[in-house]
Structure formats: C-alpha cells, structure tokens
Design a protein around this ligand. Structure first.
Ligand SMILES: [Zn+2]
Length: 275
C-alpha cells in the first residue's frame, strides 16, 4: 500500500562508475581494471547531496563493484539508505538467457546481502534492459521473492511509450516503479540524466512537484558520476553516448539542491511501505 504523504517521491541512485556504459568495452569485466576507479569519491559526493536534501534513497548496486568496495556499500547502508540490485555486472539483461538472468539475480543478491546484512528487495536492470527479448524476465524477480522492479522505462528505444508512467502492480504484491518521463509519443523525454541536467530549473521543479502531488511513485534517478565534475572524458564512444553522459555536468549538485528543495525524498522501499 503506497503511503499517502504530499510532495513525496522515491529517489534512486544507480551505483556504477563513470565509464560504465552498457556497451563494449565498458561493460566487460576487465573494464574495472582498465579505467580509473572514481566510485568511492563519487559516492561521497552523492551521500553529501542526499544529506543536503534530507533524503534517503534506494541505491541499485552492482555486485562486482560491491565486492571491490564493501566498506563503501556498508557506509551507504549505515546512513539509512536501502540497497537494491543493479546486476552482477553492468551488461544489458537481454543479452542473457532467462536461466542465466535468474542465476545472476541469486548470486548478486547474496553478494549484496552478505555485505550489508540486510534484505535486498528491488532490482533495476542496467540501461532499463528488461525489454525486447527480456520483457517478461521480471517474472523471475517475483519468483525469487523480490518485491519490486524499476526497469521498465516508458520511453521509446529504452522501453515503450505504451507502458504506464506511474508505479503499478505487475502482479498482486509485485510493484513496478518506472522512472519519470514527460511529453508524448516520440517527444517523450526522461526526467533524469541529461533531461534533469539541461532543462530549465523552474519547469523541472513544477513537473516534479506535480508528480509528487499525483503520488506517481516514479523514482528520481541519479548516478554518482553525474556529481563528479573532474571525471575524465569518455574515450571511444558515440556522440549520443557522450551527450547523455557529459552534457550539463557542471554545477549539477547545486542545481539538484535548488530543484528538489522542499520535497520529501525517500527510498523506494519506504515509499512502497516495505519493511
Ligand atoms: Zn546502470
């Protein structure tokens, strides 16, 4: 049952490093050794922003990064945030068959739970990749006892503009919490990433407040690297990737403080009333 409190939205953070695009060579296991590790530093900046907003969040974490930085993960949890699973690695889910996906869910959840000593109840696929051949894979989540998914982006290319825009139950007791979008048809745009970094602040503020008042339950989405202004430039990527990854990074933390001020931002677990 979604709790009824005004101007309240979930906040989610996809815990991955600055170079972790969902395409080769960035999604290969050796990428974690090949590129500079900036995740602990970016995590500190994100924790600081959350503290400034008085927010708690759900952090969707990669199991391979958690194994490298268990102390960082424990510190996130110690500060009152909740931990969800973002996969064993940052590869698109639809590249795996269903049995491999299920096995990865079991492995990844256990790695995170063993580190934090608390249950992991939610999942978000890298790059919203519960789509195409993996569009029904969410059924595995429910079968394994997860309580919600947050992978079905109501956008063209990354998902479908036909999918609902607010939180809803895919099946009795199993929630889908899609990320927020605005606009219609092919003009639908994300209210995260470049959308949040570049669109006019007053307009964003009013759209996000409207979502909160409507009790849309759409988790705002942030990546730690978006707060790391000193990160290196991404090598060998497309112009589209470079735009989505780099545009508007300057001063983003201050922008978020202005746009989100006064909202009550909570973890998805708290929003859904999960224990
Ligand atoms: Zn991701």
């Amino acid at each position: 049952m979604i709790k009824e409190v005004e101007d309240r939205l979930p906040l989610s953070i996809d815990w991955e490093d600055w170079f972790q695009l969902c395409c080769p060579p960035f999604d290969e296991p050796q990428a974690l050794d090949r590129f500079e590790c900036r995740l602990p530093l970016a995590t500190d900046k994100t924790l600081e922003l959350c503290a400034g907003l008085g927010a708690t969040a759900t952090w969707f974490c990669l199991a391979d990064q958690a194994q490298r930085h268990p102390g960082v993960l424990r510190e996130i949890a110690r500060r009152g945030h909740r931990i969800g699973l973002h996969g064993c690695t940052h590869r698109r889910v639809f590249l795996s068959d269903r049995a491999t996906f299920r096995a990865d869910l079991v492995t990844g959840r256990k790695i995170l739970e063993d580190i934090i000593g608390a249950p992991v109840q939610g999942f978000r696929a890298p790059e919203w990749s519960l789509r195409g051949p993996a569009v029904d894979y969410w059924e595995e989540l429910q079968g394994l006892g997860f309580h919600y998914d947050s992978s079905r982006a109501p956008l063209a290319v990354l998902g479908s503009t036909d999918w609902p825009r607010g939180s809803y139950q895919l099946q009795e007791g199993f929630w889908e919490c899609p990320p927020p979008v605005v606009g219609m048809g092919i003009a639908t745009i994300p209210l995260w990433g470049w959308g949040m970094r570049l669109l006019p602040e007053a307009w964003l503020r009013s759209r996000i407040r409207k979502l909160a008042r409507q009790k849309a339950g759409t988790p705002l989405v942030l990546h730690p690297w978006e707060l790391d202004e000193a990160q290196p430039s991404l090598p060998h990527c497309t112009l589209g990737h470079r735009f989505a990854h780099s545009a508007g990074l300057g001063g983003y933390a201050a922008r978020l403080l202005r746009v989100l001020r006064g909202l009550q931002l909570v973890s998805i677990e708290a929003y859904l009333g999960l224990s």
